[in-house]
Design a protein around this ligand. Sequence first.
Ligand code: SF4
Length: 424
Amino acid sequence: MNKLDAELSLGLLQEEGYKTVDTVEGADVILINTCSVRQHAEDKVYSHLGALKALKKKHPEVIVGVLGCMAQKDGESIFKRMPHVDLVCGTRMFSRLPELLLNIKNHGSHVLAIDEDHIVNVKRAVTYRPNFYQAFVTVIRGCDNFCSYCIVPYVRGREISRTIPDITQEVQALVSGGCKEITLLGQNINTYGKGLSGDITLGDLLSALNDLDGLERIRFVTSHPADMSRDLIRTMSRLEKVCKHLHMPAQSGSDRILSSMKRGYTAGYYRDLIAYARELMPHMSVASDFIVGFPGETDEDFRETVQLMEDIRFQNCFIFKYSPRTGTKAAELEDDVADEVKRARNMRLLELQKGISLEENRKMIGRMVEVLAEGTSKSDSNKLTGRTRQNHIVVFNGSRELVGKLVNVLIYEATDLTLHGTLA
Ligand code: SF4
């Protein structure tokens, strides 16, 4: 979501005649888009801002702005801590960036724009994208779930869905520009449709997009187990353009911890959902997020998380050590799991997942897979890289003319992160 918001902001400014430059020193406007999910991300932003102090002193006309979740959360206090910042622009106000920058130019510094109820309405300049063959498309903003550890509902506001015609029009324009794969975005995408008139669901949106000529692949993130319906799983299995890959964070395998996290499901419910999805889509891949060291997490709770990971056999997982976020419910609980225990649990899950990924990826050897060629491989500039529908990363031989095309690749080798193949 942050990547896309940055891309949309850039598109808006380019429409107004702004151009990107390669160095901070060459810029008239410096904007930092921020994340609040973890303390570490915020610390980095303040460190970047601190480093800009000298430049701003030398060139007071340069505009320095903070965008996104941290801007929404910290608001006015950013000006107090970093007086050289000119603009603080929250998660729902970036569509007004050109006007806000003009305001600073004409009337001076310290412009605060953090209206939470503002409807983000960006007329997307579809040409301003990192590549022509893939695009993110926001379909619902905000989250109403309030998981006890999460800052997102406080910084991204309540759920607001875009209408199907609005989204279809945007995707159609992207496809006309050569886009083959779209990823629909929502903090909690399974509740898409809430608040729209009629009984609209994510399944309806997927069905509408599946009919678009020229579009080849549809992905959607992030799924919340409590809001993931069996109806949606059936729709997903039925629509050929919807990639059979699910990113559905489990967060923990312990019902006690899941309840304390206010996730609204049990580990058993999660297992049943995956079993049902795999029954309909046997080759489907599943990715998850886990938090280790949540307040009160015992060895037994952790053992249940290990068990869930072993049972489900995820394709890949993002594993985080719990860190309290001020303002959330969990921050009121004692952060009582020692850091070395968090670290050890983190390592244990990473190692376990690595082994599972390797075993699962090795099963792909000898198979032919469809890959959307994305560009030159970082590890070998003579090769290309891309992804399968199940979201495996594949490195294969091929020339740059194939970038943006769907190709078939025969897999001959696998590591835990990558499949290696030959162009068929
Ligand atoms: S559903 Fe996701 S975004 Fe919403 S509160 Fe829970 S973790 Fe945060």
